[in-house]
Design a protein. Sequence first.
Length: 234
Amino acid sequence: MKVLVIVPAYNEEEAIGKVIDDLHTHVPDFDVLVVSDGSRDHTARIAKEKGALVVELPTNLGIGGAVQTGLKYAHRYGYDVAIQFDGDGQHLASEIDKLLGPLHEGRADAVIGSRFLPGQKSSFQSTIGRRIGIWFFEVLNSLLIRQWITDNTSGFRAYNKDVIDFMVYNYPTDYPEPEAVILLGRNRFRIVEVPVEMRERMGGHSSIFGWRSAYYMIKVTLAIIMTALRYRLR
């Protein structure tokens, strides 16, 4: 089985080397692709020095464009599984096996690593505003796809080949994680969540803060509703 770990990264020079080392230690047989999303620092150079495959986007497309670039790479080169793994150090490579289990067992097409399943503890606490947003999307998305998803904003995910082939042409832009859940659910892909540990980012800062949080909520809510109203794409 060919597995590609897609690491979208924007100005993550402080963390990217440690992220790649972590991946090479725990999943040495998987290919690691860093998509440098118009980074203005040394993200791409460090990733190359660490032995990762690197795609350098000439301008910043946002997380959606970066992940879709990685999915296009996976599609073109025949990978069986694609794993989305953040470049800021929040995700743990040691947790990847938890995501792969439901795919290997044939129980899921897409697996989401959740911080909020019962009994799961994480080493960091989100802000109140972010927790409210997570709860809002939990309720909204679960109503729209009739499946309770606890961590719609998680960027730690694994997709099988069917999802890769579908998302190459349909992956959402901007802040895509909550909208992608709707897209997968409405197109009858099987979604499974597994509990995972996460930690605080190693460097840089989130693109969603201050007034951007309200903008994010409004924009993504409208995108989710429009996606839910569309006919199935497959």
